[in-house]
Ligand binder design. Structure first.
Ligand SMILES: Cc1cc2nc3c(=O)[nH]c(=O)nc-3n(C[C@H](O)[C@H](O)[C@H](O)COP(=O)(O)OP(=O)(O)OC[C@H]3O[C@@H](n4cnc5c(N)ncnc54)[C@H](O)[C@@H]3O)c2cc1C
Length: 310
């Protein structure tokens, strides 16, 4: 079976590609290879030919990731220009997986389709499909009837909602399976009203979250369940930010990593942080909250890759 560099491709394969510039937190060591396929056929051909022992990790725009300082072994796949199309037909929006959530929301709104909740999520729609992204009481699971994906073994498949197996911030997609296109449906809405709602949501985010800093969104899940759903059982006392505040850790630093002063469940790269600084800060927070309250906070940010070599 061929190694990555032996496969004929139309896109780009870069060995030893530093990943820090590709993550929102600006941390992470190199990928053995970064593959940016030209299109769906290029992706499927590459995966079909690739030695089955080579691990594959798919990244979107890195807004939910701490990539560790030793980087990622095997091939990291990142979709780009060839996966940026969008079409709206009636209430159905079909978007290439590299399309940013914000662009999907804007294009849908212009066509009178309400996917406004996606406007303030900084990821790409492929990651949203995988992770069941959401906010303002709406989640991708509610609006994604199907997705197209390239399985690790090659080929292209259409997956229905059941196969996508949505669960909170996680779908059952096998590791290495690349979502290439996502189909979404939303209720009808007046384009001007949808635009106004999105402007409100952006303003609300800017007022309450460190949107201008390098972060990866909420660090931990709310122990009560869903983040920001506003559900009756989503009690204040079990909000991750409140537990972190009560533990006295708002603004707490570890190396270049810091729990934000503006929103204590957001961890930021305050300057020169390493992946280890961020992960260790998170573990310090988990330990203190557990000591104080007996509650184990669960990471919401994904940590991937290897630690820096000793
Ligand atoms: C300021 C800020 C605010 C945020 N607010 C929210 C919020 O309100 N709600 C929310 O849900 N999230 C939020 N996030 C987190 C993040 O934006 C979402 O989780 C987003 O969906 C991640 O998308 P991404 O493209 O960055 O994926 P990445 O972070 O690159 O990857 C995340 C996961 O998705 C997988 N993945 C990515 N693309 C694909 C693909 N094409 N096929 C298969 N798997 C793929 C990766 O393998 C990985 O497992 C926020 C982040 C920031 C920085």
């Amino acid at each position: 079976m061929p190694r990555p560099e032996e496969i004929q491709i139309k896109g780009r394969l870069t060995p030893q590609r530093d990943l820090s510039a590709l993550t929102w937190l600006r941390v992470g060591g190199p990928a053995d290879y970064l593959f940016q396929p030209a299109d769906t056929a290029d992706l499927a051909d590459f995966l079909r030919q690739l030695d089955a022992d080579v691990p594959v990790f798919v990244m979107g725009v890195g807004s939910n990731l701490i990539v560790r300082d030793g980087g990622i072994r095997g091939v990291v796949i990142r979709l780009g220009r060839g996966f940026n199309g969008i079409e709206v037909a009636g209430q159905v929006v079909t978007a290439g997986a590299a399309m940013l959530d914000a662009h999907v929301a804007k294009r849908a709104a212009e066509a009178g389709v309400d996917l406004t909740f996606l406007r303030t999520i900084p990821g790409a729609i492929g990651g949203a499909g995988r992770l069941k992204a959401g906010c303002y009481r709406s989640y991708t699971a509610g609006v994604v009837p199907s997705a197209t994906a390239g399985p690790r073994s090659g080929g292209i498949e259409t997956l229905g909602a059941t196969e996508l197996g949505f669960a909170y911030r996680h779908s059952d997609l096998p590791e290495g399976c690349v979502i290439t296109e996502v189909t979404l449906t939303g209720p009808a809405g007046d384009p001007d009203e949808l635009a106004a709602r999105m402007a409100d949501q952006l303003a609300k985010r800017d007022a309450t979250q460190p949107t201008k800093e390098r972060s990866a969104g909420s660090t931990f899940r709310n122990p009560a369940g869903f983040s920001s759903t506003g559900r009756a059982d989503d009690v204040h006392d079990l909000k991750a930010w409140k537990l972190i505040d009560d533990a006295g850790l708002r603004g707490h630093r570890h190396g270049g990593a810091k729990m934000s002063e503006k929103h204590s469940n957001f961890m930021i790269n305050a300057g020169g942080a390493t992946g280890a600084d961020l992960e260790e800060l998170g573990e310090e927070v988990r330990k203190k909250v557990f000591q104080d309250r007996g509650i184990e906070l669960e990471w919401e940010i994904m940590r991937v890759g290897d630690p820096a070599p000793e």
